[in-house]
Design a protein around this ligand. Structure first.
Ligand code: 5RP
Length: 220
């Protein structure tokens, strides 16, 4: 059973006529977007707000009308993936590098649903590398700070070049498992000059749809 598909498609059922929907990024929400696209072909009227160029291309291909975040007052619901989610529905996101736009859209949303396969559920956040989005200028200085703190930073690469986000930034993946207090870590990262955003999404998610074997479960 494809757990990403079952979770992703299930979440599309939460979309109602007239809603403005934040469209996340990744291989699980891909199925949500495809399913929403099918419903749009059958008459559902919604507006999508994409969180990445890749999602905009996918959604447009599915016939979903899109709006820019700047032209959107309120987002009724955002559906997105996650890399880790703990029992309190805190998570790590940004494995696909879209964390900055994802967080902006999530923060503008009345409700956030995450779609995951069962492997994403963890007791404690931090085994998955935490993405930190940094400005390209002086990125090595930030790496130094992370190294001194024992975060074993790695600059994310693609085709032999630094991976560039849709916002034109770099991603440094850090090992945050030993940090313990993720709220404190998030605040520390928020205050670091040159850090644009990080993949700790704390208190953002309202409902997780989990694909687990043959079934789908919900946690809120
Ligand atoms: C992209 C993300 C994704 O939602 C996250 O990486 C999960 O992706 P997938 O559903 O492909 O496992 O945060 O920035």
């Amino acid at each position: 059973m494809n757990e990403k598909k079952t979770a992703g498609e299930k979440a599309a059922e939460f979309v109602e006529d007239g809603m403005t929907i934040g469209l996340g990024t990744g291989s699980t929400v891909y199925y949500t977007i495809r399913k929403i696209g099918e419903r749009v072909q059958n008459g559902l009227k919604i507006t999508g707000v994409p969180t990445s160029q890749a999602t905009a291309v996918l959604a447009r291909g599915c016939g979903i009308p899109l709006a820019d975040l700047n032209d959107t007052d309120t987002i009724d619901l955002t559906i997105d993936g996650a890399d880790e989610v703990d029992p309190a529905l805190n998570g790590i996101k940004g494995g696909g590098g879209a964390l900055l736009f994802e967080k902006l859209v999530a923060n503008a949303s009345k409700k956030n649903i995450w779609v995951v396969d069962h492997s994403k559920q963890v007791e404690k956040l931090g085994a998955y590398p935490l993405p930190v989005e940094v400005i390209p200028f002086g990125w090595k200085q930030i790496m130094k700070i992370f190294e001194e703190k024992g975060f074993r930073p790695v600059l994310r690469m693609k085709n032999g070049q630094p991976f560039q986000t849709d916002g034109g930034h770099y991603i440094v993946d850090i090992r945050a498992g030993h940090a313990g207090d993720m709220v404190a870590l998030g605040k520390w990262l928020d205050g670091l000059t040159g850090v644009v955003e990080h993949g700790l999404f704390l208190g953002t998610c309202d409902l997780v749809v989990v694909g687990d074997g043959e079934s789908v479960s919900m946690r809120e």
